[in-house]
Design a binder for this molecule. Sequence first.
Ligand SMILES: Nc1ncnc2c1ncn2[C@@H]1O[C@H](COP(=O)(O)OP(=O)(O)OP(=O)(O)O)[C@@H](O)[C@H]1O
Length: 327
Amino acid sequence: MTLVRERRHQQALKLSLPPPVPVAEFQHQIHLTALLPASGPDSPGIDNLSDLEKMAVLGHGTGGTVYKVLHKKTSSIYALKVLRFNQNTVSICRQAAREAEILKRVDSQYIIRCHAVFDNGFIETDNGGGDLCFVMEYMEGGSLHDVLRARQRLPEHVISGVARRVLEGLHYLHSMQIVHRDIKPSNLLVNDKGEVKIADFGVSHVVAGTREACHDSNMGTCAYMSPERFDPERWGGDNANGFAGDVWSLGVVVLECYVGHFPLIGPAQKPDWATLMCTICFGEMPEIPKTASPEFRSFIRWCLEKDWKKRGTVGELLGHAFVSRKC
Ligand SMILES: Nc1ncnc2c1ncn2[C@@H]1O[C@H](COP(=O)(O)OP(=O)(O)OP(=O)(O)O)[C@@H](O)[C@H]1O
């Protein structure tokens, strides 16, 4: 227990918000995002925020709201993510700047497309606050979290398809040295064809060959965090490149789809920090229901290997029978 308390103390430090940055630096970050081209290469020509009409709220996330919007000129539907911040919400600003920076570089059928980014008068307002707006591909099916809430569990062949697409998306990101760091059901979106795409780069990190990547204090959701991110000292996280952490998170998501609840703790247990810490870093491999096929069991075991060096890589897992078989 002493160990847990000690580690809890360390972790609390790691999970705290980044220290405030001077206003000048803060404004510089926002100017960077404002420099983003308003539209991407296959842009549908969204060059003005006022051309978008809000139709409904799709959901709320950390520091922002996502709307379903109509582009009046083309009658096309998009999702508009509006991140609102002021000088007291520096962490959200940083998240936004990271997201915008990463989105600029991403072009894959497995990743949510971002059509335009607008800086909505950030600097001009009295309190230095403002909005950063991302015009994104609209995903009619909502998130995998929404799907699981409605359907509880998914059959294996559907999970296999989800896993394959997320692996393809991660393969693309990792090839660009981008670690997602927040793979979880609410960040996997589904379109009307049932295709899953990776969204939300708020805590993503470009590795760029630096060990800093694993020490960034603005961590993703704890519940899906790998042992080496949760407890770098014990699990050799200082030497991990971060890619293996995305694989762990995928393993948790995939098992969650099968059992119908967050799989690392019991359905009645509260997912507080200490419980998650004990389970992720010290607990046994979660039980995989006997109804699962041998391929599925082996896939999960490879993703949820606590030692990140023994965990399957995205490339290896793409060749695994669970995702490569034709169902
Ligand atoms: N492109 C999109 N198309 C359709 N719905 C979306 C889209 N993007 C987000 N949503 C919906 O809006 C919700 C909020 O998304 P957002 O990215 O702001 O936060 P989150 O990922 O749920 O949470 P957090 O920010 O805390 O990680 C999602 O859970 C999803 O239901």
